[in-house]
Design a protein around this ligand. Structure first.
Ligand SMILES: O[C@H]1[C@H](O)[C@@H](O)[C@H](O)[C@@H](O)[C@H]1O
Length: 569
């Protein structure tokens, strides 16, 4: 039913008679309460926006922006831990109190990641049964319990427990925040709003790192208790925000609560209930959600009503692997895979070793790597927020992966040439450092943010929470594996390690080029349509019928008749 135009557009003429002159061109139709719908001359295809695109669009709907900002606090918890732990583990008081072995140090990172893996998977179960907001709320509580354990730790065991429990919260939030943001965002700024997740993560990295850096000289345990305790503040803010955040209209539709869904959609699109009633945009978006929900119920629902809750749950996970949905599952899981195999965390966790291997030493190493990489990521996410909807996801991903490949490749060559005697080749060493930052900038504008955006976009409503949670689990499991093997590969060969990440980044380029669809500027339900190209005829016919039954086709036909009187048939 939908589709994007060829790029030639015309304005709706004041004199309807002249509209025939515009036949063959899609027409932009201003809707009564702001926003536009672009109708195509076939009388069936359309796209719509609620407000301007780009930066203006981001600030146009301040309410949606505010909701997304609050939701993104979930990401802050993730980044903050990453930033802070690098400092805590080297703090004098911490080390003399509990001298830990390198193995325990590795375990300290791993335990959070494994907790996060469990949290991400559980998020997929609870986000549908309860609400997105309630699940966020519970995750924040779990996260806060973990933080209290860490901050008040009397033994190393408390720290481990705190990290495992906190990890469950971090993992759940890393799935739930993007999921919620995707479902509340107007289509024209969805990418920008969702990129706030990455913004929050890297903001957390920067704040966590520098706070830890400044408190590390405070005498006694306050040096590490303060930065470990401070993370409760954002969690508390999000707990409070959950009371005010509007419910996801899409989940409400899935639960059959249509009146509440319209009310929440109207609120999120800045319409009064009166306005919502005669606004074609609200009608279309609401009906699209219903069509999608009905499609799934008709396809899977009846067969499952007789089964137990457990087997229904199991079946909905299994559905992700069915032929029809396999390509989307692959996109979600591989997006996370390539984000992690780009080597970003290898640089963060083992950066100091890398920088030493390219000839630098001393305290500056930590500053330059952990601090510097955080700041570069933070700066790089800003253009992503600005352009992700205007340029689209694909160009950013493709450009980013090429630059990432070249940087890794450059570092590998420099190491091969000069590693035997860096002191004599300090220029080479500095070029290698420049490549590290170039890599980080390229990553920070592409795979960093988009890995949090794309998975929440590609799954249809009824499978979104499971799909996103599986994709997020892929972030955590790959994060864990990369963290585990990087020290080993570095020991084997530093150049080889960078070559490995160069190859992964190059495969990422090929993968994006051939399999990732452009999801910018289309509604979540239209994205579903993009994957239907391979759907059987029966399914297309069923969708058409549902669109007809629910009145979506009527709404479009009515609008088209206003614009193309000649094509009334
Ligand atoms: O998006 C984030 C971010 O880029 C972090 O810095 C990185 O450590 C994470 O693994 C990644 O998921």
């Amino acid at each position: 039913m939908t589709g994007l135009g060829s790029g030639h557009y015309a304005r709706l003429p004041d004199d309807p008679a002249s509209s025939q002159l515009l036949n063959g061109l899609p027409i932009i139709h201003d809707t009564p309460h702001g926003g536009q719908i672009t109708l195509h001359p076939d009388g069936r295809s359309y796209t719509y926006i609620y407000g301007p695109k780009g930066l203006a669009g981001l600030f146009h709907n301040r309410y949606a922006l505010l909701c997304a900002i609050f939701a993104s606090i979930g990401g802050l918890s993730f980044g903050y831990d990453q930033g802070v732990i690098a400092n805590v583990l080297v703090m004098k008081d911490f080390m003399t109190r509990w001298p830990i072995t390198p193995l325990e140090e590795g375990f300290m990172t791993a335990v959070l990641e494994l907790g996060a893996l469990i949290g991400a998977l559980f998020a997929g179960i609870f986000a549908d049964s309860y609400s997105r907001r309630f699940s966020i709320f519970i995750s924040c509580i779990i996260f806060s319990i973990g933080s209290v354990f860490q901050c008040g730790a009397q033994s190393l065991l408390h720290i481990f427990i705190g990290r495992a429990v906190g990890g469950v919260g971090v993992g759940a939030l890393s799935a739930l925040s993007p999921l919620y943001m995707a479902e509340i965002s107007p289509p024209e700024v969805r990418g920008s709003l969702m990129a706030l997740e990455q913004f929050a993560i890297v903001l957390g990295v920067v704040v966590g790192f520098w706070l830890g850096y400044f408190t590390r000289d405070i005498p006694g345990s306050a040096s590490w208790r303060i930065p470990l305790g401070v993370q409760i503040i954002p969690a508390f803010v999000l707990i409070m925000a959950c009371v005010f955040l509007p419910a996801s209209p899409r989940l409400l539709v899935l639960q059959g609560k249509y009146d509440e869904a319209i009310a929440s959609l109207a609120q999120l699109r800045l319409r009064s209930m009166e306005e919502a009633k005669d606004d074609p945009l609200i009608q279309i978006e609401f009906l699209e959600m219903r069509v999608e929900a009905t499609m799934i119920q008709r396809t899977f629902g009846t067969a499952e009503t007789s089964k137990s809750a457990l087997s229904t749950e199991w079946n909905s996970w299994k559905r992700l692997l069915r032929k029809k949905y396999r390509d989307r599952t692959a996109i979600g899981v591989l997006m996370a895979f390539f984000q992690q195999w780009s080597g970003i965390n290898a640089l963060l966790y083992y950066g100091p070793t890398l920088v030493k291997s390219i000839g630098l030493s001393g305290d500056n190493v930590t500053l330059l790597v952990s601090g510097g990489i955080g700041i570069v990521q933070f700066i790089a996410v800003l253009p992503a927020i600005r352009y992700i909807d205007e340029w689209g996801r694909r160009p950013l991903l493709r450009g980013g992966s090429i630059a990432m490949t070249c940087s890794h490749f450059g570092i590998a060559i420099l190491i091969t040439l000069f590693a035997s005697d860096w002191a004599a080749h300090s220029t080479g060493a500095w070029i290698a450092v420049a490549f590290v930052y170039l890599f980080t900038a390229a990553y920070g504008v592409s795979f960093g943010p988009i890995a949090w955006v794309l998975p929440s976009e590609v799954f249809p409503l009824s499978m979104r929470s499971k799909g996103v949670s599986l994709s997020t689990a892929s972030v955590w499991i790959n994060n864990f594996i990369v963290g585990l093997i990087t020290p080993l590969t570095l020991e084997w060969s530093a150049a080889g390690t960078f070559m490995m990440f160069a190859v992964a980044s190059f495969f990422a380029y090929i993968w994006v080029t051939y399999t990732v669809p452009e999801t910018a500027n289309v509604s979540l339900e239209e994205i579903d349509g993009m994957f239907r190209s391979s759907a059987g005829r029966e399914e297309i016919a069923m969708k058409r019928q549902i669109e007809e039954d629910l009145g979506l086709r009527d709404v479009i036909a009515r609008l088209s008749r206003e614009v193309y009187p000649a094509t009334e048939s």
